[in-house]
Design a protein around this ligand. Structure first.
Ligand code: GAR
Length: 206
């Protein structure tokens, strides 16, 4: 199985995924890192790891669908089986999602469906939530909406700063994401309505 990681920024989750693949904790080939941001640290990490990269900038395109169409063409050419979003701060078009049905996974730094969007950690913190966490989910064509694969919570302490909360959320993400990706690789995630069942053995394919 071959997969691509999409990242727009710092790429700490990407780094954890790269390391997990190296240690064989994710038993799929990380064949491509895609970014919409030429300056992202994620691209540097990919290059350092010797992984193929692709960067397309939305400003060079008139319509979001033609942008996604070019990415899909590239992914198909490179026989990518599934896509992992790791801080990819751009909404995928319905066209893209249809090309990879139930084959796109995202991580989000809050307990969905609360605090969707690009600043989940800060939004939960400033709202005064007592509990927040991390959600890993399948991607559909609505933002931060697909079926939930894994979710873990953490308490926001009385004296917590936004910085300390951000650090703790990232540490939780780094612990969870490789495990969720490996469950997908082992074909142990079965979608039933809104629920994702985690199977002891791989699901049978028809
Ligand atoms: C992560 O916290 C991830 O959950 C979040 O962006 C950060 C990327 O960090 N994603 C979203 O908010 C998606 N809505 P990283 O670049 O260091 O992995």
């Amino acid at each position: 199985m071959k997969f691509a990681v999409f990242a727009s920024g710092t790429g700490t989750n990407l780094q954890v995924i790269i390391d997990a693949v190296k240690r064989n904790e994710i038993t799929a080939e990380l064949a491509l890192i895609f970014s919409n941001n030429r300056k992202s640290l994620a691209l540097k990490r990919a290059e350092e790891a010797g992984i193929k990269t692709l960067c397309l900038e939305p400003k060079d395109y008139l319509a979001p669908q033609s942008y996604d169409r070019d990415i899909v063409i590239y992914l198909k050419e490179h026989e990518i089986d599934f896509v992992v979003l790791a801080g990819y701060m751009k909404l995928l078009t319905p066209f893209f999602v249809k090309e990879f049905p139930n084959k796109i996974i995202n991580i989000h730094p809050s307990l969905l469906p609360s605090f969707k969007g690009i600043s989940g950690i800060k939004d939960a913190y400033t709202y005064g939530a007592k509990v927040t966490g991390v959600t890993i989910h399948f991607v559909d064509d609505k933002m931060d909406h697909g079926e939930i694969i894994m979710q873990e919570s953490l308490k926001i302490k009385e004296n917590e700063t936004l910085e300390s909360l951000t650090e703790r959320i990232h540490a939780l993400e780094h612990k969870m994401y490789p495990k969720a990706i490996q469950l997908f690789v082992e074909n142990r995630l079965k979608i039933q309505g809104r629920k994702v069942l985690v199977l002891d053995k791989p699901a049978k394919t028809v």
